[in-house]
Design a protein around this ligand. Sequence first.
Ligand code: SF4
Ligand code: SF4
Length: 184
Amino acid sequence: MQYISKEGALTIDARFGAQVKEESGAEIDRCYQCLTCSLGCPSAFAMDYLPHQIVRMVQLGLREQVLTSSAIWVCADCQACATRCPNEVDLVKIMDVLREISLRNEMVKERAVADFHRIFLGNIRQWGRQHELSLILRLKLKTRDLFSDLRPGVKMLMKGKLKLLPARFKAIKSVRDIFQRAER
Ligand code: SF4
Ligand code: SF4
């Protein structure tokens, strides 16, 4: 269905709200737009839509606008919104599900953030814990952004804050089992 707004034609997906509700288990219908989530969100300054607006857009079925937004990737999963919401709307789960749907449908706007998540998890799977230097190098190669933050990176290396080699983790098999179970 199409709706003509001041900004132009908006496509409404009437099933979107129900899909997000089902996949997240969050009570999206309870939101009455009190703005508490947005007022306490530490990432709000960098978002294109504020958290309460994302919930409203999901309710309205604005699938494309939500799934191509920066806000769902800028969210730091800090839980401040879910903790403070007077109606116990779990925005953290909603944001998680929106990122998953956005990835599945290749609608990711913030590609570098999605790449960061993938590389972060790939390192945990490979070594059982994080190895920051390879995380940085892999992300740099993936995003082809080789020279930004070079100076602080070298400083950290010189001060021994970045280990050259990943540490051994004895229980690596258990970590890999967790990944395999999650992928089933
Ligand atoms: S705090 Fe809860 S009820 Fe208030 S706008 Fe945010 S999600 Fe909606
Ligand atoms: S979980 Fe995300 S949306 Fe909620 S307060 Fe934290 S950064 Fe903001």
